[in-house]
Design a protein around this ligand. Structure first.
Ligand SMILES: [Ca+2]
Ligand SMILES: [Ca+2]
Length: 290
């Protein structure tokens, strides 16, 4: 298989899966992609909220902001702000917390091969405009979906710390991260969404089988899989599966760093993975699932 095909393997399949399974969300939005030309004063409105957006297309990174937006609620101007975005981004009105008042979601993309999506959310709570951020996220960042059909949107993403940790970018398959937006803040509620966690684990397993068959990288997938099993309360099972299947010839992720300086090497992938899972809070300091 040629390199390009390999590079679009694990994660792209997963992303395609995500977009197929995303339920349709009732939102008002302006989407910016590679082909979007500059525009001025485009408006989106929903239930008393209004955003006026101006976009100046930029081919290269610039110090100057090129996405300008003004927010008003019930005809009262609340905020004028701006950001930089390149080739991808958007402004939308979505009622994230299901209180009948739409939030303003501004998505920006910094440019570069894999980095970074950032989400800024403005919400009006007790007549005050609050701002919350979710970023900086790799790839497409995440998506707002109503996983449990309670008319509140969850932010469905993955733990970006797993990218490149034990495989190349394409060979990595990070575990789930799910947030709710409550009282103007994002809250990590990943473990509550068992059904989603299970289907993500199933995807990982399928991709693992495929990668193994094609003799492609597997340790990055297995690292994510063990973490995903921890989220499901099935750590022992995940760990056993990893031990039986990891690639003993790969030394990706075995270096031990202190302040960006390599100070040694873990003897093998399971030891390195355990240290990583402790560091990222999936296991406690004694190596027990959190
Ligand atoms: Ca709301
Ligand atoms: Ca929901």
């Amino acid at each position: 298989m040629n390199t390009l095909v390999k590079q679009i393997s694990c994660y792209s399949i997963f992303l395609a899966f995500l977009s197929i399974t995303s339920p349709a969300i009732d939102t008002t939005e302006i989407e910016i992609d590679y082909d979007t030309a500059s525009f001025k004063d485009e408006k989106i409105t929903s239930k008393g909220a209004e955003v006026t957006v101006t976009y100046n297309k930029k081919e290269e990174f610039d110090e100057l902001d090129n996405l300008h937006y003004q927010i008003s609620y019930n005809g009262v101007s609340q905020l004028s702000s701006s950001a930089f975005t390149q080739f991808s981004g958007g402004v939308s009105l979505k009622d994230l917390d299901g209180n009948g008042m739409p939030e303003v979601v501004v998505r920006t993309f910094s440019g570069g091969a894999h980095c970074c999506n950032n989400y800024t959310v403005y919400t009006q709570q007790n007549n005050q405009l609050l701002k919350a951020e979710k970023g900086f996220l790799d790839i497409r960042g995440g998506s707002f979906q109503d996983l449990n059909r309670d008319e509140k949107l969850e932010f469905v993403s993955v733990d970006n710390s797993f990218l490149y940790a034990f495989s190349s970018y394409a060979g990595s398959f990070p575990p789930s991260q799910i947030y709710t937006f409550t009282n103007g803040k994002f809250e990590n509620v990943t473990r509550r969404y068992t059904q989603h966690l299970k289907s993500h684990a199933w995807e990982m397993y399928q991709i693992f089988l495929q990668s193994k068959k094609e003799q492609y990288e597997v340790n990055g997938i297995l690292a994510g899989y063990v973490a995903q099993k921890i989220l499901l309360g099935e750590y022992e099972q995940g760990w056993k599966f990893m031990l039986a299947n990891y690639d003993r010839t790969s030394d990706w992720g075995l270096s031990i760093y202190q302040e960006d300086r390599e100070i040694g090497k873990y003897p093998n992938f399971p030891t390195a993975l355990k240290a990583f899972l402790i560091q990222q809070g999936y296991l406690d300091k004694n190596g027990q699932p959190q």
